[in-house]
Design a protein around this ligand. Structure first.
Ligand code: NAD
Ligand code: UDP
Length: 319
């Protein structure tokens, strides 16, 4: 048992629900706040009824959340935002609102409670990067009026707001820049590459490769990512700190691995590359290694295997 009371906004989502599990497990009290727009109550069903877990259904863009919180909070963690490109492209104004007004509401709550504030930012702040691998000192290459800007600039604004509260109001803050994370509880139809490829392979449908498939991403398994969050949250460093797995793969390599691990005979099909799709992405994790003593332990083959097992036993169980 601890005396920490941690508000997790976006706690019913993919990453948020794994985070809630870890926090409750280690003895913290969790107040999970979510509007269930892309999250699901099944993600937190295992915590329902636990005496150190509360769920508050709330859209953080609206005001008045503080009134729904019974006691004080020691930490406020902001993970609420659409995260998959098809989702934030479908709801551009909501994406900007949650990453501006929503983040501000949570910063105000942290300030009122004297709590530490933790922001889930993203590798997308580096845009289509001209520095490779991406170090935290790099300011990024974002198209401010492109379709993806609602997410990229939204997160950049969230970072700016967080640092302004830190500098002007002395708020204790942490910023993590998350690189493509995958694992159980991803939503099968979220349109991200891992979920698309795994669902397509298990259904026997063609794997859809956007562009020529030579663009790269570096995929981090969810358990590693959450361990990185906790080390940053509990440690003395403000960040931003990249948390991701530096092993880099082309989308063609990912497709080949998914086909091998699922044993699927699916074909591969090429589709147009979405606009402003970053060509390369790989985290430099020197800061995470040196300041947090963190590095990822689960490599893609093993993590994908676990993810495929989960998809088989839950999403595709009745097929
Ligand atoms: P997710 O969509 O599963 O989780 C986001 C959660 O936020 C959902 O449960 C959703 O219902 C909730 N939410 C959205 N808008 C809200 C609002 N206005 N009020 C209350 N709740 C709201 O996505 P995820 O992959 O778990 O991402 C979690 C966070 O991490 C996001 O902020 C995302 O930008 C960031 N991130 C994720 C990745 C990744 O690879 N998964 C990479 C970079 C950054
Ligand atoms: N992608 C793909 N096929 C898909 C979905 C995505 O080739 O069915 C590509 C996408 O164009 C991008 C990469 O995979 O280059 C990662 O996409 P995702 O949406 O998972 O995350 P992003 O890193 O772009 O936010």
């Amino acid at each position: 048992m601890s005396d920490r009371r941690i508000l997790v906004a976006g706690g019913a989502g993919f990453l948020g629900s794994h985070l809630c599990d870890r926090l409750v497990d280690r003895g913290d009290h969790v107040i999970c706040v979510d509007d269930l727009s892309t999250g699901r109550s099944e993600n937190i069903a295992q915590l329902a009824g636990h005496d150190r877990f509360e769920f508050v259904e709330f859209d953080i863009v609206g005001s008045g959340l503080d009134a729904s919180i019974s006691d004080g909070v020691t930490d406020v963690m902001q993970l609420a935002s659409p995260a998959a490109p098809p989702e934030y492209l479908r709801r551009p104004l909501d994406t900007l609102a949650v990453n501006s007004t929503g983040t501000k509401h949570l910063l105000d709550i942290a300030e009122r409670h004297g709590a530490r504030f933790f922001l889930a930012s993203t590798s997308e702040v580096y845009g289509d990067p001209l520095v490779h691998p991406q170090v935290e000192e790099y300011w990024g290459n974002v198209n401010p009026i492109g379709e993806r800007s609602v997410y990229d600039e939204g997160k950049r604004f969230s970072e700016a707001l967080t640092m302004a509260y830190h500098r002007a109001n002395d708020l204790d803050v942490r910023i993590v820049r998350i690189f493509n994370t995958y694992g159980p509880r991803m939503q099968a139809n979220d349109g991200r590459v891992v979920t698309n490829f795994v669902s397509q392979a298990l259904n026997g449908d063609p794997l859809t490769i956007y562009g020529d498939g030579n663009q790269t991403r570096s995929f981090c398994y969810v358990a590693d990512e959450i361990e990185g969050f906790l080390r940053l949250l509990d440690g003395p460093h403000t960040g931003p700190i990249n948390i991701g797995n530096p092993n880099e793969f082309t989308m063609l390599e990912l497709a080949t691995l998914v086909l091998e691990l699922t044993g699927s005979g699916s074909a591969v099909e090429y589709r147009p590359l979405p606009s402003d799709d970053p060509k390369l992405r790989q985290p430099d994790i020197t800061r995470a290694r040196e300041l947090l003593g963190w590095s990822p332990e689960v490599q893609l083959r093993e993590g994908l295997g676990r993810t495929i097992d989960w998809f088989r036993s839950s999403v595709f169980a009745s097929d």
